[in-house]
Design a protein around this ligand. Structure first.
Ligand SMILES: [Fe+2]
Ligand SMILES: [Fe+2]
Length: 192
């Protein structure tokens, strides 16, 4: 497996873990408008938005999709679908954050249920999207991209001066994740 493919799959797992944390927080037995930790959900959404928009999607849109499209028309339809979903995901999480703000201001059952339904919809949507990339796009990329394409992609992903790639943004996300884990209840985090 190319290092770039490993990075994309690893990033899907990393933001998938935060989405799972959100799912667990809002579906556990005692979850409700009075008990829900809105600040923790806010931290989780900060991470997800930043990770997906500034760190993950540029790797796909600007490198992977562009080069696969150049090498073969085979993936044109799936790439168009995935690009559309990147925009849909941004719209969905913006709407979700407004529902979380409304819940923060007025903790009614109605606001909690509306937030929960939108959050579960968003989590399922992002999980399906990542699965589609893992199972349908990456195998085509591994087949059609040349050694020179992979070198270009891997050099870009290792560029520390780019805000989306390299060690500096990685360190930022590690710090954000540590904040989430400190605040999350056991067994997902350290709070008891
Ligand atoms: Fe994507
Ligand atoms: Fe992705």
């Amino acid at each position: 497996m190319s290092k770039a493919v490993w990075i994309i799959r690893d990033e899907h797992q990393r933001y998938g873990a935060v989405l799972n944390l959100v799912r667990n927080l809002i579906t556990k037995a005692d979850a409700g408008p009075a008990t829900i930790d809105v600040d923790l959900l806010d931290l989780a959404f900060d991470y997800i938005v930043d990770f997906i928009d500034t760190y993950h999607h540029p790797k796909e849109d600007d490198y992977l999709f562009r080069l696969v499209r150049r090498r073969s028309p085979e993936a044109d339809a799936i790439i168009a679908e995935l690009e559309g979903e990147h925009g849909d995901g941004e719209r969905k999480i913006s709407a979700l954050r407004l529902l979380l703000d409304r819940l923060r201001q007025d903790r009614t059952d109605e606001h909690f249920m509306a937030f929960k339904a939108a959050a579960l919809d968003y989590i399922d949507f992002e999980a399906q999207h990542a699965m589609k990339e893992n199972d349908r796009l990456l195998p085509i990329a591994e087949r059609v991209l040349t050694a020179a394409d992979w070198s270009e992609i891997e050099a870009a992903f290792a560029d520390n001066d780019d805000p989306a790639f390299g060690d500096r943004p990685r360190a930022k996300f590690t710090a954000m994740m540590a904040q989430i884990v400190r605040r999350a209840p056991a067994p997902y985090g350290y709070r008891t």
